[in-house]
Write a new protein. Structure first.
Length: 275
């Protein structure tokens, strides 16, 4: 560089700071016009902005003033600094910017070409991968379609087509009757079996339940019909609870009915396990 202060870092630093902070167009400040290439500052402000000591800033300003680089007008409050030949420095900056732009423009096609090449390589690899996947799908054996279920899913169990025989107490049907009249079995009892919350699964279980009802009611069809009606409207699972409440009102809990042994609980557990 031909500039005489180029090798003095403090001089370069301070002069560049002045070039960067000077007005690039005229501005008004406290009743005066600060022209293009001028700035209002002071040694303390320059020291704080550049990190250079105030004494060194004063020395650098004197040197720049002595060589004609600056014109300084000082007051008791501030200094008006004028950068001589400010426009010529700006032309140099503009030329440097143009050179940098040209260099970047020259480099850009090569970079763009490299990016395009990389993108093309990725596209080729993607097409090769998709082609390989299609080939694998074409070569998949037929039995692969019936693969194992996905993780977390349960295999479906084959349902047995053998249907259970539903209880039937209609008239003319032969069934195990402990002693009720056929009309009661075809009416109240058949209606209970059809509308029960959990219907009896087999005819055999329903017949055993009918025998149990006969035992609890002691053959009294009116009492048995009332037990079935209360159980149905109360949404009970078993008519046993009706007789249990009757016993509770007449005797203490868990006492025999009319002095006879109470063995209905065992039958109830058997019926509920088969319901």
């Amino acid at each position: 560089m031909e500039w005489e202060w180029y090798h003095d870092s403090h001089m370069v630093h301070l002069f560049l700071h002045l070039l960067l902070t000077a007005n690039h167009k005229p501005l008004r400040w406290k009743g005066m016009t600060v022209e293009r290439g001028q700035l209002i500052t002071g040694r303390l402000a320059l020291s704080e902005a550049t990190g250079i000591s105030e004494r060194t800033c004063r020395t650098c300003l004197e040197r720049l003033k002595s060589t004609g680089s600056l014109t300084i007008k000082t007051t008791n409050k501030y200094s008006l600094i004028t950068i001589n030949n400010y426009n010529s420095y700006q032309e140099l900056v503009n030329q440097a910017d143009q050179q940098n732009d040209q260099q970047n423009a020259n480099k850009r096609p090569a970079t763009d070409q490299q990016l395009t090449t990389n993108k093309n390589d990725k596209n080729v690899k993607k097409e090769e991968r998709e082609s390989e996947e299609r080939m694998n799908e074409d070569n998949t054996p037929a039995y692969a379609e019936e693969s194992a279920p996905e993780y977390g899913s349960r295999p479906k169990r084959a349902r047995s087509r053998k249907s259970r025989q539903k209880p039937d107490f209609s008239e003319g049907k032969v069934f195990k009757n402990p002693g009720f009249f056929p009309a009661f079995c075809a009416g109240q009892w058949f209606d209970w079996c059809r509308n029960k919350k959990a219907p009896y699964r087999t005819q055999e279980v329903a017949e055993e339940a009918l025998c149990y009802l006969y035992e609890l009611s002691k053959g009294d069809e009116a009492l048995a019909a009332e037990a079935l009606r209360i159980a149905r409207i109360s949404d009970w699972q078993s008519f046993h609870w009706h007789f249990k409440h009757l016993n509770k009102n007449d005797h203490d809990n868990h006492q025999p009915i009319n002095g006879q042994s109470h063995h209905g609980a065992d039958n109830l557990r058997w019926l509920e396990s088969h319901a």
